[in-house]
Design a protein around this ligand. Structure first.
Ligand SMILES: C[S@@+](CC[C@H](N)C(=O)[O-])C[C@H]1O[C@@H](n2cnc3c(N)ncnc32)[C@H](O)[C@@H]1O
Length: 205
């Protein structure tokens, strides 16, 4: 499979929009879930580690998952993440990690995965009982956020109510949305949501 982020990886960290999104998403994560020094966190679609690098100092370990080797090579080159972030270049929908985590975070990766119910089921299965997701992506838009001929974009954002329904169908409890930030691009405003939801704790624990 070709690496759709091979070119973008070269200057991803210099681009203003990913920097703005990762800062806004991290601040929303901080407000919405507890980042405990004992926690293991999975960053789905971690890319070059813009969100990871903010989360990592606050938790025990981050598992950075992505299918772009080029993006992960940039992450691997960040010395401050060495020893704290473990890198997995694999499609966990097809090959799950043999690990369970306390929290899954994700920024702007869900719209690159066609089968949202399967993605959310995969994230649910990687969580410890009582664990949470904190997932950020575009609110439903008219398709103008990305160039029209872009490959690998399957969703023009997400409708919050529909996404809440899918989260509940998978087994998550209490899907809760906030607006993490609004991106202004080409004179248009694109809100980015953060949804948190919980994998139920085992009964009797
Ligand atoms: C828009 S970038 C966001 C990267 C990073 N989260 C950030 O905020 O800078 C989307 C990322 O999702 C990754 N991605 C796409 N499909 C994926 C999949 N099935 N599994 C894991 N990562 C995926 C891409 O390779 C890319 O690195």
């Amino acid at each position: 499979m070709s690496d759709l982020f091979e070119d973008k990886a070269k200057d991803w960290d210099e681009r203003p929009i990913p920097a703005q999104i990762s800062t806004g998403v991290f601040e929303a994560i901080e407000r919405s879930v507890s980042l405990s020094p004992e926690a293991t966190v999975l960053d789905f679609g971690a890319g070059t580690g813009l969100v990871c690098s903010k989360v990592a100092p606050r938790v025990a370990q981050v598992l950075a998952v992505d299918i772009s080797q080029a993006m992960l090579d940039k992450l691997a080159a960040k010395p401050e993440l060495a020893g704290k972030v473990e890198i997995f270049c694999q499609n966990i929908l097809e090959t799950p990690l043999e690990r369970r985590v306390d929290l899954v975070v994700s920024a702007m990766a869900m719209h690159h995965v066609e089968d949202t119910p399967r993605l959310l089921q995969t994230l649910f299965d990687h969580l410890e009982p009582g664990g949470k997701v904190a997932l950020a992506d575009l609110d439903a838009e008219d398709g103008s956020f990305h160039p029209p001929d872009i490959e690998g974009v399957f969703h023009a954002g997400f409708d919050r109510e529909q996404l809440a329904t899918v989260l509940e169908q998978v087994g998550f409890e209490q899907p809760t949305f906030t607006t993490a930030l609004t991106v202004n691009k080409d004179d248009r405003a694109y809100p980015v949501f953060l949804v948190t939801a919980t994998r139920p704790a085992l009964s009797g624990t």
